[in-house]
Design a binder for this molecule. Sequence first.
Ligand SMILES: CC(C)(COP(=O)(O)OP(=O)(O)OC[C@H]1O[C@@H](n2cnc3c(N)ncnc32)[C@H](O)[C@@H]1OP(=O)(O)O)[C@@H](O)C(=O)NCCC(=O)NCCS
Length: 266
Amino acid sequence: MKGFDTPHLLPVLKHPGHTGLYIDNLIFKNREEVFAGSICFCRFLSPEEHKTALSRLQTGEREYYDTIKSEKRRKDYLLGRYSAKLAVAKLTGEQEPDIVTVEKGDSGQPVLRYRSFADIQVSITHTGDFGAAAVFPKTCPLGIDLEKVSPGRAKVLAKKMTDGEKKLLENTNIPRDRGLIMVWTAKEALSKLLKTGFTIPFDMFEISEMTSGNHGQAAVYFRNFPGYKSLFLDLGSYGFSIAFSGALEPGINSAALKEFFLREEK
Ligand SMILES: CC(C)(COP(=O)(O)OP(=O)(O)OC[C@H]1O[C@@H](n2cnc3c(N)ncnc32)[C@H](O)[C@@H]1OP(=O)(O)O)[C@@H](O)C(=O)NCCC(=O)NCCS
């Protein structure tokens, strides 16, 4: 299930042994239904890879890319779009991931255009050197967020937490720096699932419960959105949250993903 095992994706990779890319399936299920999605994490290991990704942008995407002034923002945009194309290819078996286009919706949300598949959607995040995209059926909405752990960031995030959230965190065995990232990424992931981003009052995203599990995993619940929950994965220098329906159980290969991130740090 790990990346690199998908022959139809190999042509889009410069090197089959590429280490900057992780592509996998995502499964969400309840007793009645199973929803299949996919996820891609990507960083460019060479200027050639950057160039390859750039050549995959469709006209509208390239036009938008050319208007971006900041070098960092350009790279982030490209990483997100490239990850989305590869995630769609993983999910659908598409041989030409270039034909997938991600437009920008009214509130900044990514809008997927892909053949006649009107019923699959995408969530995008970027931070540090990484971009990531999750692709999912519209009947199983998701939101994702990846953040790099850093002391500077922790200071800022601590100011955004409520006293109640601080208390909840103290009652878990999650280290404080991870906990701050967890709370923040859970809120951001939910804001993407809802497609509002942080345009609605920030306190609407208040967290009511958090439970820590094994291997740095934790579940987060929202006071005002009891229908959703968020799964947090501690990925070493990064923290990742994925928000989804509270009625579903996630199937995400967290051990393989963590191994990928730890390998990337070496
Ligand atoms: C959604 C939001 C919380 C993400 O914050 P961020 O610091 O940019 O975080 P990330 O890098 O993890 O995510 C960026 C991605 O979020 C996605 N996104 C942005 N707004 C979104 C929304 N309303 N719903 C779902 N996803 C959204 C985009 O795909 C974006 O990447 P892209 O611009 O390259 O396509 C923040 O952008 C936000 O609050 N946006 C709404 C308000 C706003 O500024 N709107 C701009 C109008 S165009």
